[in-house]
Ligand binder design. Structure first.
Ligand code: SAM
Length: 345
């Protein structure tokens, strides 16, 4: 297809298309004789993704980072568009809530302009948190070897001790029925979500890593994979019957974990259930007690593994869930691994 027709069909201008070409975001083939550009289906998909991301205010530089892979599949492009739109939608909802709160406050006599500043600071912080998370572990590069690697015990510390037991425990604990919708956050290669497929449960696997989603999709075609992250789940409000997650929450800092629980609550139906297995300590004292012997033994491998990630303080999560009307049960598998099962009261 020629540039003029592409511009017309995508509701843009030939000038914008040339601009994205100049910036290296697209590279349509060019006729060597007359320099006319020819757009393939892939160029058009890429361009429509660029336009959607620009529409929500993403910079050309960030788009370039996201669209690094020139051979992404149609699903990959659409997944990126959906995830970005959800992020924007959640941001808009936050803004509307903030304005509602401001309006309520204007009714009170104690209202001062400082409250407006405080609320807009809150908005800015939320936006920053959603945008700033970085995959410092490079899960894209781990995707192919992930299933093999979790079977190998570490030299002096094994984070995957009780892995199978823990995933099976989630399956045994959460009560899901045929046609229920359950989201598996940080789905990875689908080891947890796939346990529910034989029961007719519809599993939506969310992950920030496209490569993990690709492996998951190859292994378990019935899992619907969606790009997204803990603080901006690509799901509507009150949409799912269950939220499950294994070995993923410890990749976000403690300051964001409660926001992640809030986001899970947003997508859960009123009678929904939440079941999370992760690396966590019952509380800060236990954390110190577990780390102390490693220090005495000079077990740097264990200390590095714990400190490189964000093992949760379970008591903080339980306190938040209880305050938000969940009934919570916990189960500890070993010193560093526990499960939280929460149901709405
Ligand atoms: C250790 S793997 C666990 C995978 C799988 N749940 C399992 O139990 O085998 C962690 C997964 O969480 C994903 N992840 C990490 N941080 C995330 C975030 N903020 N939002 C969504 N997924 C995240 C990673 O991309 C990776 O696939």
């Amino acid at each position: 297809m020629q540039i003029k027709e592409v511009a017309e069909r995508l509701n843009t201008t030939t000038r914008s298309i040339r601009f994205y070409e100049q910036k290296g975001l697209i590279s349509p083939g060019k006729d060597t004789e007359n320099d006319y550009r020819t757009f393939t289906e892939n160029d058009i998909l890429r361009l429509s993704t660029i336009l959607a991301l620009r529409e929500i205010g993403m910079s050309v530089k960030n788009i370039k980072g996201i669209l690094e892979n020139p051979d992404m599949s149609i699903k990959g492009y659409l997944n990126i568009q959906r995830s970005a739109l959800f992020e924007k939608w959640i941001e808009m909802k936050d803004m509307i809530n903030t304005i509602d709160q401001m309006m309520e406050k204007t009714n009170s006599e104690a209202f001062s302009v400082n409250q407006i500043f405080e609320l807009s600071r809150h908005l800015k912080n939320m936006k920053k948190l959603r945008k700033d998370w970085e995959d410092k572990w490079n899960f894209d590069s781990q995707a192919e070897g992930y299933d093999q690697n979790i079977k190998m015990a570490g030299y002096r510390f094994n984070v995957h001790q009780d892995y199978e037991k823990a995933l099976s425990k989630i399956k045994e604990t959460i009560e899901l029925h045929p046609n229920d919708i359950c989201v598996d956050i940080g789905v990875g290669t689908g080891n947890l979500g796939s346990k529910f497929l034989d029961d007719g449960v519809r599993i939506i696997g969310v992950d920030q890593s496209e490569e993990m989603l690709k492996v998951c999709q190859e292994k378990h075609p019935s899992i619907e994979t969606r790009k997204g992250h803990f603080l901006a789940l690509p799901l509507l409000d009150n949409q799912v019957d269950g939220v499950v997650s294994s070995y993923a929450l410890h990749h976000i800092p403690d300051s964001e974990k409660l926001l992640a629980l809030e986001e899970m609550t947003r997508v859960l139906k009123d009678d929904g259930q939440l079941c999370i297995v992760d690396l966590m300590f019952p509380d800060d004292n236990t954390r110190a007690e577990v780390i102390e012997p490693f220090e005495k033994q000079g077990n740097a491998e264990a200390i590095y593994a714990i400190e490189d990630e964000f093992y949760a303080n379970q008591s903080v999560l339980v306190k938040w869930l209880t305050a938000n009307k969940y009934k919570v049960e916990t189960h500890q598998f070993n010193d560093i691994l526990s499960m939280l099962y929460a149901t709405r009261e």
